[in-house]
Write a new protein. Structure first.
Length: 107
């Protein structure tokens, strides 16, 4: 169950990075709304991470959480912010995913 909590925490990490990206594009009320989304996603991500590490080793949980957030953020950037999807970028995202899976397997 705590692995599922950790995965959701990583998704919320991508969510707060996405909100930051949207805050860069808007102003006024929309900026404050995306800022509220940032605070909510950040809080949920940290709370869920704290819950997950009650039973998972921190040396595994933290890199997995960070990796999920990094992969999710890169994918969101490619899909929503027109960031480049070059071969090397996708290659290294794939190696990051393989590393996350490897950490899960060995723990």
């Amino acid at each position: 169950m705590n692995w599922i909590i950790l995965i959701v925490a990583g998704m919320f990490e991508s969510g707060f990075a996405f909100c930051l990206g949207k805050m860069k594009e808007v102003s006024g009320t929309a900026w404050w709304l995306w800022g509220a989304g940032f605070i909510i996603c950040l809080s949920l991500s940290m709370i869920l991470l704290a819950k997950a590490v009650q039973t998972l080793p921190i040396g595994t949980a933290y890199p997995v959480w960070t990796g999920i957030g990094a992969v999710g953020t890169v994918l969101l950037g490619i899909i929503f912010f027109n960031e480049p999807a070059s071969f090397l970028r996708l290659f290294f995202i794939t190696t990051l995913i393989a590393s996350i899976i490897g950490l899960k397997i060995v723990s």
